[in-house]
Design a protein around this ligand. Sequence first.
Ligand SMILES: [Fe+2]
Ligand SMILES: [Fe+2]
Length: 166
Amino acid sequence: MAKEKTLDDLFHDTLKDIYYAERKILKALPKMARGAQAPELKAAFEKHRDQTETHVERLQQVFELIGKRAQGKTCEAIEGILAEGEEILDEFKGTAALDAGLISAAQAVEHYEIARYGTLKTWAQTMGLKDAVKLLDATLKEEAVTDGDLTKLATANSNRKAMKAA
Ligand SMILES: [Fe+2]
Ligand SMILES: [Fe+2]
């Protein structure tokens, strides 16, 4: 019979998944910032790159709290989401629709993160890991604010701009 696994194992596994994802996102955001046309969107990506550095650090603290080495595990989901973002960068380069496309790609990333952090926070609560809950919640809030900021940028400008030719 397979070795018994518990919520501890799920938590550790999912932590490795999001740790891998955050480090990939950290590398992708500067490319998205360079690609963005609107200065406000560029600034939003740069700001979130800095926040993402903190997200990586917070995850390292959570690993420490559970007495494990900070280690990533390949996350195919984030690879796919980021590959779609690269595609938009390539295929919509120089067009009026680029920023709206980049926002859509970035929001897919944020929603993935929100799903992961929401689950991890809930599990940490169940496991009585109070300090981990605080760290995970701090990041979850920043991901949600970023998602909201991206919606504002899309509806204030980028979507309408994308309706017309560059
Ligand atoms: Fe993040
Ligand atoms: Fe994020």
